[in-house]
Design a protein around this ligand. Structure first.
Ligand code: NAI
Ligand code: MG
Length: 498
């Protein structure tokens, strides 16, 4: 018997709705890409006053897609001024219930335009449509829904505290999850009553700009969200501006550290979500089939452009050979290619610069004596591509064993005891994520108490939820996004004495 969607009664399920949909050539037609995009300042699209423009590329072809504005210092200043005016001119004093309605409406409109957002995300950034469609866009909407719910309950979230928004927040986001990172940052900021100047990443600004249009459609007061596109210099101008109450940054550890030094002592609040080098630890009692799926998802999801990727596999000695054999066979099945093909597992590398970085790491590992394994597959001729890769034969001191590659590259080491697994897992300066695969509950607790990471997954990997706080320790940064904890990052809290 065949079951139709209406019979299952789950037609409301976003992922299921989308699985009926076959994006291919005609999928491109559902998005309109303009030749040139401006900045969003004070509710209006504007060309830069003192900046230039840059070209956003389609990674799967390497061809130009559109020109986007590059905001200069004067434009950043205009955006901060507009955000301040919107904050003081009413957004701050709006009833929390009304604020909640705005955020809720935004969440609904993102759902309404989910297909368009998903296709645009895959075209501009190179990620498989299956991921943008089932993960990035639904999770973005979920973040707005979740935070809309908090907007009028902040006093309950922070008992005994007087709760105030911070004011104007500058948010600088990366290119790996363009819309989702915008949502992670915007949803709590707006729900808590702040206004925002958002700086998208230079290779992937289009969905943020479409979100800007959706915010206008949702009738937000002008200046509550301003978008300044541009590269590092635009981000640096926002950090150096001095008129923002907080900077929230997600990106490389190098830039994050620089921002930290720059803001030290200024009173500007700061949260940093930086790189990672997550360890995926598999014990010999683990359910191997599931572990292999978790490992594959942990490193090949989004071409490995994931700060919390499980990029270091640590496997217990007794099962190492079996696991690696099966992992290689599984990797042979991964389909690398057209991001708009719904059967694609691994899409295009986000930019030429990132491809070069990945090639340099893997080339370096080979010259340091490591073995490199890749499936025997053909890559498209045009565009930026890198095959899923395993690196074995590591000593542990190689660059690839310690630094973030941010590509579909998994290093493999073995361990004998739990203590050795912990020592190897912690042998990096990062501390964002980790995974443990074992049937023993006590071992999961023992390991997660000792692994230095902000998030540890047990017998799973890459699970995200708006209600769950996400963030790092050590050089992976500080501050949390999501959950009740994430709200605190956008609020000024004062104890109430009575
Ligand atoms: P990046 O840190 O330069 O870029 C992230 C964002 O920061 C972008 O919006 C960029 O325009 C902005 N930015 C750059 N320089 C800035 C500055 N001086 N002041 C303020 N904002 C600035 O990262 P990039 O160069 O794109 O990638 C390099 C490496 O960084 C990757 O290979 C990866 O290892 C890591 N990375 C990690 C991310 C994460 O989610 N943890 C995200 C992006 C990159
Ligand atoms: Mg692009």
């Amino acid at each position: 018997m065949t079951t139709t969607r209406s019979e299952t009664g789950t037609g409301e399920n976003l992922a299921e709705t989308f699985s009926q949909y076959v994006p291919s050539i005609e999928a491109r037609d559902i998005v309109t890409i303009k030749e040139r995009y401006g900045l969003l300042i004070g509710g209006e699209e504007r060309q830069p006053r003192d900046g230039g423009s840059l070209t956003t590329i389609e990674p799967s072809s390497g061809e130009p897609l559109a020109e986007i504005a590059e905001a200069g210092k004067a434009d950043v200043d205009d955006a901060v001024t507009a955000a301040r005016a919107a904050f003081e001119g009413g957004w701050r004093d709006l009833s929390p219930r009304v604020r909640a309605k705005y955020v809720f409406r935004l969440a609904r409109l993102i759902q309404d335009r989910a297909r368009e957002l998903a296709v645009l995300e895959s075209i501009d950034g190179g990620k498989p449509i299956r991921e943008s469609r089932d993960i990035d866009i639904p999770l973005s909407a979920a973040h707005f829904f979740y935070h809309a719910g908090w907007a009028d309950k902040l006093e309950y979230a922070m008992p005994g505290m007087r709760v105030e928004p911070l004011g104007v927040v500058g948010q600088i986001i990366p290119w790996n999850f363009p819309l989702l990172m915008a949502a992670w940052k915007l949803a709590p900021a707006l729900a808590c009553g702040n206004t925002v100047v958002l700086k998208p990443a230079e290779t992937t600004s289009l969905t943020a700009l479409l979100l800007g249009e959706i915010v206008q459609e949702a009738d937000f007061p002008p200046g509550v969200l301003n978008i300044v596109t541009g590269a590092g210099a635009t981000g640096a101008a926002l950090v150096a501006h001095g008129g923002v109450d907080k900077i929230a940054f997600t990106g490389s550890t190098g830039v994050g550290k620089m921002i930290g030094r720059q803001l030290a002592g200024t009173g500007t609040r700061l949260t940093l979500e930086l790189g990672g080098k997550g360890a995926h630890v598999v014990f010999d009692d683990a359910a191997l089939d599931q572990a292999i799926e978790g490992i594959v998802d942990g490193i090949f999801f989004n071409q490995g452009h994931v700060c919390c990727a499980g990029s270091r596999l640590l496997v217990q000695e007794g099962i190492a050979e079996t696991l690696l054999g099966r992992l290689k066979r599984r990797m042979d099945l991964l389909r690398v290619g057209d991001p708009l093909d719904k059967n694609t597992d691994v899409g295009a590398i986000n930019s030429h610069a990132q491809l070069q970085r990945i090639e340099e790491y893997v080339g370096g590992a080979a010259s340091e004596g490591c073995e490199i394994h890749q499936p025997d597959a053909e890559l498209p001729e045009r565009g930026f591509w890198f095959l899923p890769t395993l690196v074995t034969g590591l000593g542990g001191s190689e660059r690839i064993a310690r630094e973030e590659v941010f590509g579909p590259v998994l290093t493999v080491q073995s361990f004998r005891t739990e203590a050795e697994a912990v020592a190897k897992a912690n042998a990096t300066s990062y501390g964002l994520s980790g995974g443990v695969w074992t049937e023993k509950g006590s071992r999961i607790l023992w390991m997660s108490q000792r692994m230095k990471a902000g998030v540890i997954w047990a017998n799973s990997f890459n699970q995200f939820d708006a209600a769950s706080p996400f963030g790092g320790v050590r050089e992976s940064g500080f501050g949390r996004e999501g959950g009740r904890q994430g709200l605190e990052e956008y609020l000024r809290l004062e104890p109430v004495h009575s």
